[in-house]
Design a protein around this ligand. Structure first.
Ligand code: MLT
Length: 346
């Protein structure tokens, strides 16, 4: 229900000029002002503000032609079915697991995302978490806040010379691989969908079986989507396979996840930290976000976390916003954006 050629608007108190309000777009999880400006300049009306689940279910999106979300707004089938005016859903980010793609396809709604814009930011956070774990940065800081000077207890290990296992080898993992190699790490990967030549070009050893990756690597970083196949892929038995030693150094086993919650079995991770199978764990993403009250994992001294901030940099958010504004604009004009993700339209 696009409204083309709607009323006259007085812009900045100047003379009346004709503005065509072509579509109403809800932006529910925030978006960079420059990206809002792109949509408004194209004549669209942008309405910003979070919409509660109960309102979404009651049809709050009926009046909208498009919606742009990040991860906080969930668009399951029940919401999509009652959002009869929508023709496009924009996901300002990579993961589309908060949107029912099939329901959107059946309702004739295009779903677009911004897959490239946050790559560098997530790469940098992943390396940051690895270094923070290995050099006990969060643990040291927590101690210093309690007036402790625990120099002897904070002996860490170097990343150099260790084996990094990347689960999934897309853009982010490849970026992590490059930095890891520059720090002297040996890079391994498991990605059943990866053409071997891509791993070869990046000098990464491609494992055919995920267990083989765990048996080889002392450091694991996750970079795949959450699917039925990857749910709890990092489990008790696999963590127990990790060698804990490389190049004559008992460096222990370390896990980082800046991809999606649910790929690691968090109960099993806590048990593995408790019995020493895993030396350190750093998560940016969790099975339940925000964390439930009293969540045990964050209390463990060898754990540190961040609240899903992989893409939360000024640069990434600017790029994400501009990319998604562009894709939504194209979809609203009836064309196929390059970042269309729901099969029906591909
Ligand atoms: C993404 O999928 O783009 C990231 O997880 C960032 C986010 O959801 O905010």
């Amino acid at each position: 229900m696009l409204r083309v050629g709607l009323p006259l608007k007085n812009v900045h108190g100047g003379p009346m000029v004709e503005v065509q309000i072509m579509a109403r777009i809800a932006v529910t999880d925030g978006m960079a002002p420059a990206a809002v400006a792109v949509l408004e300049k194209a004549g669209h009306e942008v309405v910003q503000g979070f919409i509660e689940k109960s309102d979404l279910l009651a049809g709050a999106l009926n009046d909208f032609d498009g919606i742009i979300v990040r991860s906080a707004t969930k668009l399951p089938a029940e919401v999509i079915e009652v959002s009869t005016g929508l023709s496009v859903i924009g996901r300002a980010g990579v993961g589309v697991d908060n949107i029912d793609l099939e329901a959107a396809g059946s309702a004739g709604i295009m779903v677009v995302n911004a897959p490239n814009a946050s790559t560098q930011s997530v790469v940098e956070l992943t390396i940051g978490h690895l270094l923070a774990s290995l050099r006990h940065i969060p643990k040291s800081d927590r101690g210093m806040r309690q007036d402790k000077w625990e120099k002897k207890a904070m002996k860490g290990t170097e990343l150099s010379g260790k084996c990094l296992g990347l689960i999934g080898f897309g853009r982010i993992a490849q970026g992590v691989a490059q930095v890891a190699k520059s720090l002297g790490m040996e890079v391994h990967t498991y990605d059943p969908y990866l053409p071997p030549k891509v791993a070869k070009a990046q000098e990464a050893y491609l494992h055919k079986k995920v267990d083989s990756l765990f048996k080889t690597c002392t450091h694991i970083s996750i970079h795949c989507n959450l699917t039925d196949e990857t749910h709890h892929l990092v489990n008790e038995s696999r963590m127990k396979m990790m060698p804990g030693r490389k190049g004559g150094i008992d460096c222990g086993n370390h896990i980082v996840n800046c991809a999606r919650g649910g790929i690691i079995d968090e109960q099993a991770l806590l048990a593995a930290l408790e019995d020493g199978t895993i030396t350190s764990a750093a998560l940016d993403v969790f099975e339940v976000e925000p964390l439930p009250e009293g969540y045990a994992l964050i209390q463990h001294e060898n754990f540190h976390g961040t609240p899903h901030i992989g893409a939360a940099t000024m640069e990434a958010q600017q790029r994400v916003g501009l990319d998604i504004a562009d894709a939504v604009k194209i979809a609203l004009s009836g064309k196929k954006p390059k970042t269309l993700v729901n099969g029906k339209f591909l």
